[in-house]
Design a protein around this ligand. Structure first.
Ligand SMILES: Cc1cc2nc3c(=O)[nH]c(=O)nc-3n(C[C@H](O)[C@H](O)[C@H](O)COP(=O)(O)OP(=O)(O)OC[C@H]3O[C@@H](n4cnc5c(N)ncnc54)[C@H](O)[C@@H]3O)c2cc1C
Length: 83
């Protein structure tokens, strides 16, 4: 990267949320730079682990259920795309 490089969007902290944002921006053709202190993905902190849990029942409010369903669909898409 050169000092005069420019980007449409810059995502700082490419963990769980940042990697999703970076991925989907790039997928839509946005010129995006992700800045992460480790590799992407990495084996540190909350982004690390061989398994994740997901739940549809939401204690915060039923309006989150469609978001949880959509997130599950996108996880399965990602799984299929990346193996
Ligand atoms: C042990 C554990 C288990 C969990 N299990 C689950 C689960 O099973 N299911 C679930 O839904 N949620 C789980 N969570 C919660 C989930 O991991 C977090 O809610 C989610 O990762 C938060 O996403 P985030 O992008 O905000 O933060 P993170 O995924 O933590 O990403 C932050 C990123 O910022 C980077 N960063 C920090 N400082 C800098 C810097 N100065 N410069 C550059 N980069 C920087 C970090 O390296 C990291 O990659 C778990 C959390 C923990 C701690």
């Amino acid at each position: 990267m050169r000092p005069d490089d420019t980007f449409d969007e810059i995502v700082v902290r490419v963990g769980g949320m940042g990697s999703a944002a970076t991925y989907h921006l790039a997928e839509r053709g946005v010129d995006v730079l992700g800045i992460e202190r480790y590799d992407v993905p990495h084996t540190h902190r909350s982004s690390h682990g061989e398994s994740r849990h997901r739940r549809l029942p939401q204690t915060k409010g039923h309006e989150y259920v469609p978001l949880a369903r959509r997130a599950r669909e996108r996880w399965l898409d990602l799984e299929a795309e990346t193996g």
